[in-house]
Ligand binder design. Sequence first.
Ligand code: FAD
Length: 278
Amino acid sequence: MVLVPEEDGGSRAYRGVMVAGCPMGEAGFVDVRGYTAPRRRPSRGQRLCVVEASVVVACGGLLGDALEALHRRPPFAIKPRRGDFLLFDGSARALVGATPVGVYVWRSALGVVACGPTAEPVREEVRAALLDAACAAVPQLREAGVAGSYSGLRPGCDLSADYQIGRAEGSSWVTVGAIRSTGLTGALGIARRAAALCDEAWRESGGAAEPPPPPSGAVRTTPLPPLHEIAASYRARADGSVVFGADEAGFGPHLVTHPLTAAGLDAQLAGMLRGTAI
Ligand SMILES: Cc1cc2nc3c(=O)[nH]c(=O)nc-3n(C[C@H](O)[C@H](O)[C@H](O)COP(=O)(O)OP(=O)(O)OC[C@H]3O[C@@H](n4cnc5c(N)ncnc54)[C@H](O)[C@@H]3O)c2cc1C
């Protein structure tokens, strides 16, 4: 995805654009070259689009090093850390309340009891250790069935445990890489640091003395509707996606990709059919 600022102070998100090159263009600008389909290599029917940017913020997640390589020699290599989670069946629901038990066992907003994460090399024993940790916190979980599990890859890197946030030398390329966890507290600090680097790059690239002001217009958001409405939309659409309320902002359907949310919505759906959902 590519996010491009617009003149009214807002910005436009180009979804499904795969950036395939970011050479230095003229007068210190970076040419962000992308293809209008999420493929690594262009194929017939794909359209090339080029955006000339005075400042580029590169945040490619698990592909962060490959994205860097489109502009410069990558300063780090992404080394994903795998996190494993276990999901327990409905019999566990009454055992865990809204307050998580230890750092490992919690109940999701949609009522699924989960346990995790780890940050270990991929091994089967890791799941057994996770189950032991959950049962140490809530012994009755030994009696509950494990209904599923999921793993997630977080974008760590080879240099250190630190996030890689900085500017490429002599360029207006700002890297926000190896972000293993955004989190509420981390997100604000990351954003502040990235914004300061963008201001600096903007000034050095010969932009106006002051960087463009933040958007003054209303920010379009999708307020989260009540959970039962989300579950009802999930059931009605029956394609793994949900639409939030009347969708006044016109965002369209959101595909449910997080395994914990999908498990919770599936459990809600089963409950709806039995008449026991939230
Ligand atoms: C299962 C799981 C659970 C997690 N739970 C939590 C949690 O509860 N709390 C928390 O704080 N963190 C959590 N994390 C970690 C969090 O998701 C990451 O830290 C965060 O998403 C990293 O943000 P990012 O912007 O660096 O990368 P991403 O969110 O991965 O975004 C990178 C984007 O760049 C795009 N991209 C890459 N290359 C190109 C290219 N060439 N052209 C166009 N687009 C490109 C990718 O498609 C992607 O959309 C979890 C991660 C996983 C896997």
